[in-house]
Design a protein around this ligand. Structure first.
Ligand code: G6P
Length: 369
C-alpha cells in the first residue's frame, strides 16, 4: 500500500509531503522531550565507550553524504566529539587513521550502496566500532554494522532522495543528543530545548507545505535558466549542496552548492543578471555573515531567492524573491530549509517535462562500484 502514489502525480511529491509524518516516525518512541530523555533501544554502544570515544568518521554517498555533513555539526556542538565526514568511495582508498576508539558511521537509505558497504567493511577490519543509519530493514549495511539505527521512513521510490534525508538527519540529531547526555556536554535544560525543537518540526513543515505556492511561482520564473548557485553557511551549507544536487538530478540543470563565505574565491565570477542564487538565510550564529554575502551578490547583479524565517522583516529588502519558512533553532533548521529546495527542484522538473521519479542515468541504489 505504501508503494502507491495516493493521488500524487509523482512519488517524489508524495514523499516530500510525507515528511512531517516520516520525521515523527523516526523520533517516535525514542525521545521524551518533557523529561529530557532519549531512548534508542537498538544502539547498544556501552556508556563507557561513548564517553571515551576519540572521534567519529561518517561515510556515505549522495544525499546520505549530505546528511552526514549536517551531523558533523551536531556531534561537534552537542556531544563535543571530533567528527569527519567522507564520501565512501574516497574513504575506502585513503590511508585513514582508524583504531578501536574511532566510531565509523555508515549512512545509507538503501543499505546496499557498494562503496558505503566497502567502507564499512574496511572500518571493521581496522577494529573500529561501526554504526549504520539505514532505512531498509535487513539490508546488507544494516546487517554488517555492529549497531544500526533505522530511520523508519517507509519505502522511498523516487530516485531523488527526500524523506530519507530528513529521516537520517533526525536519527543523527537524536544520537548526537543522546551522546551529549551521556558525555555531559549539554545541560538538561539545553537537552530539553533541543528535543522540543525537534518535536515541533513536523508541525512546522506541515504549516509550510500548506502554503508552498510561492515555490511553484518561483519555479515558473526560473525553470529556463541554465544554471543555479546555492549558498549556505554553517549547518545549512550541506543543505545548499543538497538543494543543488536535487536540481541536477531531476531537472538536468547545472547547479553548484557553495559555502557562502567561499564565494569570493571563485564562483562570484559566475554572477551576472541571468544567474539565480538560492540563499539559505535563517537566523543563527552566522546570519549577519550570510546577509553580507547576499549583498556582495546583489552588487554584481545576481538574482537572489532567499529561504528565510517568517519573522525576518529585513530580508525582503535585500533579495528579489523570498520563500518564508517557520522559524526554528539553527541546529534543527536543515530539516526545515531542505523542504523548499526539494519542492523547487520538483516543480522545475515538472515544468521542464522531465521524468521526476526516474531521472536519466541514475539508479535508486548503486550496488556496483
Ligand atoms: C544513489 C541515489 C541517491 C542516494 C545515493 C546513496 O545515487 O540516486 O538518491 O542518495 O545513491 O544511496 P544510499 O541508499 O546509500 O543512501
Amino acid at each position: 500500500v505504501q508503494a502507491e502514489k495516493n493521488g500524487y502525480k509523482y512519488f517524489m511529491l508524495k514523499e516530500i509531503f510525507e515528511q512531517p509524518r516520516t520525521i515523527e516516525d523516526t523520533f517516535r518512541g525514542r525521545i521524551y522531550s518533557d523529561e529530557g530523555r532519549i531512548y534508542i533501544e537498538e544502539v547498544k554502544l556501552k556508556e563507557e565507550y561513548i564517553k571515551n570515544m576519540s572521534n567519529i568518521y561518517i561515510v556515505a554517498c549522495g544525499t546520505s553524504y549530505h546528511s552526514g555533513l549536517v551531523s558533523k555539526f551536531l556531534f561537534e556542538s552537542f556531544a563535543k566529539i571530533p567528527a569527519e565526514v567522507d564520501i565512501a568511495s574516497e574513504f575506502r582508498y585513503r590511508d585513514v587513521i582508524l583504531d578501536e576508539k574511532t566510531l565509523v558511521v555508515a549512512i545509507s537509505q538503501s543499505g546496499e550502496t557498494a562503496d558505503t558497504l566497502a567502507a564499512l567493511r574496511l572500518a571493521k577490519s581496522k577494529g573500529c566500532q561501526t554504526l549504520a543509519v539505514c532505512n531498509v530493514v535487513g539490508s546488507s549495511i544494516s546487517r554488517e554494522a555492529m549497531h544500526v539505527i533505522y530511520t523508519h521512513c517507509g519505502p522511498e521510490i523516487g530516485v531523488a532522495s527526500t524523506k530519507a534525508f530528513t529521516g537520517q538527519v533526525t536519527a543523527l540529531y537524536i544520537l548526537a543528543l543522546d551522546w551529549a547526555c551521556k558525555r555531559k556536554t549539554l545541560t538538561i535544560r539545553e537537552l530539553k530545548k533541543y528535543l522540543k525543537e525537534l518535536w515541533e518540526i513536523p508541525l512546522k513543515i506541515n504549516k509550510f507545505l500548506k502554503n508552498s505556492q510561492s515555490v511553484y511561482d518561483i519555479a515558473k520564473v526560473f525553470a529556463n535558466k541554465r544554471g543555479f548557485l546555492y549558498l549556505g553557511r554553517h549547518i545549512n551549507y550541506p543543505v545548499a549542496l543538497e538543494g543543488a544536487l536535487k536540481i541536477k538530478e531531476i531537472s538536468y540543470i547545472h547547479a553548484e552548492g557553495y559555502a557562502a563565505g567561499e564565494m569570493k574565491h571563485g564562483p562570484i565570477a559566475l554572477i551576472d543578471k541571468s544567474m539565480p542564487i538560492v540563499a539559505i538565510v535563517v537566523k543563527g550564529k552566522i546570519y549577519e555573515k550570510i546577509i553580507s554575502n547576499i549583498e556582495e551578490v546583489k552588487a554584481r547583479g545576481g538574482t537572489i531567492i532567499a529561504v528565510a524565517d517568517q519573522s525576518d522583516k529585513e530580508i525582503g529588502n535585500k533579495s528579489d524573491y523570498v520563500i518564508y519558512i517557520p522559524e526554528t533553532d539553527e541546529f534543527v533548521s536543515p530539516l526545515m530549509t531542505v523542504i523548499p529546495l526539494q519542492l523547487l527542484a520538483y516543480y522545475i522538473s515538472v515544468i521542464l517535462g522531465c521524468d521526476v521519479d526516474q531521472p536519466r542515468n541514475l539508479a535508486k541504489s548503486v550496488t556496483v562500484e
